[in-house]
Design a protein around this ligand. Structure first.
Ligand code: MRU
Length: 352
């Protein structure tokens, strides 16, 4: 199966695959300072909820390497400031805050006053987050594959693939596992305006794995369904509230409404780290607003009148009633999500 590392730790630095250059060029950005990691997350050189979580974890470890504190307390205070900078880069994907909190937690739990040992603890935790995401993708693939019929035309939106994670991806992980199991899969990939993650990244990944894929623009999805060309939809997620409301790439909500109208299953694939049980519903999710140039310009060319007002939310929220099932690394949850998500997240006993 295709595998290109979204990031790698080399010689005490983090190297990040610059996804803004794909599919034309494969170049890595060498991050010697944590602020380069912040910038890479902000400009979507690294993107996708699990990948930005892992990048932020490595960013914290990287930032800590440069610190020369007088003692443990001063070290922790400085690392907490780096954590705040990394957390502020993108607000919607909970994996980012989850990863930063997890690395900070490991640091606080380590009672040593030896700064080198504390620095090592941060890096060890970052490596663990990256490794665990790989395994979690595999499990999502296994659970999700069982929901895919022997022959299926699958619509996906944005990129929830290897490029968005450490492994085979979430939504694309399910698709890859089904394909490997010998199922006849055809993927329809929404191009995903304004930044074209579907056109540039999803199709690129699938072509390398020789999984049949057809690209369409976002506004073609309804007609595609009306023509009977889609059997099911599967997407990733940036944050899932306790009630199963799902924040994902802008346009996901429209696809979910269309799937409902056409009687098609709408699946969401995400690791447990994307589930935020601290918020009751999607209305509490902060939606990132991005630069208007992403809408007014196309491939560097201005395509809208100068000065036009622009609305550019990067994500939307799909209400739980439109979500057929949520495929996680610990099993598949279905409505009522208020019950089932806390079971899969291990906060409550039971079977989904
Ligand atoms: O703005 P992006 O490219 O980071 O948005 C990515 C998505 O919306 C993905 O679908 C989501 O993060 C899941 S990735 C496994």
């Amino acid at each position: 199966m295709y595998h290109m590392e979204t990031m790698r730790w080399v010689g005490g630095c983090l190297e990040i695959l610059d996804q803004t250059l794909l599919p034309g060029k494969t170049e890595y950005i060498r991050c010697e300072h944590y602020t380069t990691v912040c910038e890479a997350i902000r400009r979507l050189s690294v993107r996708g909820a699990p990948a930005i979580g892992a990048a932020a974890a490595y960013g914290l470890a990287l930032g800590a390497v440069a610190l020369r504190p007088a003692g443990r307390a001063e070290f922790i205070t400085a690392v907490e400031q780096i954590a705040r900078d990394l957390s502020a880069t993108r607000p919607t994907a909970v994996n980012l805050q989850w990863a930063v909190d997890r690395v900070l937690g490991a640091l606080r739990d380590k009672k040593s006053s030896n700064i080198d040992i504390l620095k090592k603890t941060l890096l060890t935790e970052a490596h663990a987050i990256y490794r665990e995401d790989l395994e979690s993708n595999r499990l999502i693939g296994e659970f999700g594959e069982k929901l895919i019929p022997q022959s299926a035309a699958i619509l996906t939106h944005c990129n929830a693939g290897a490029l968005a994670t450490a492994g085979i991806g979430t939504a694309l992980g399910v698709i890859r596992t089904a394909h490997q199991a010998g199922k006849s899969i055809h993927v329809y990939a929404d191009e995903t305006r304004p930044l074209l993650q579907g056109a540039r990244l999803t199709t690129w990944e699938l072509i390398q794995d020789k999984i049949p894929v057809t690209l369409l623009t976002d506004n073609m999805a309804g007609y595609l369904m009306a023509c009977g060309k889609v059997d099911l939809v599967i997407v990733g997620a940036d944050r899932i509230a306790a009630n199963g409301d799902v924040a994902n790439k802008i346009g996901t909500y429209s696809v979910a409404v269309l799937a409902k109208e056409h009687g098609l299953p709408f699946y969401v694939a995400a690791p447990i780290s994307t589930i935020d049980l601290s918020i009751a519903g999607g209305q509490e999710i902060t939606i990132e607003n991005r630069d208007e140039r992403e809408v007014t310009h196309f491939a560097g060319q201005q395509v809208a009148p100068v000065g036009v007002k622009v609305w550019n939310p990067a994500f939307d929220v799909t209400p739980n009633r439109l979500v057929t099932a949520i495929i996680t690394d610990r099993g598949v949850a279905r409505l009522p999500y208020m019950e089932t998500l806390s079971v899969v997240a291990g906060k409550k006993h039971g079977v989904c």
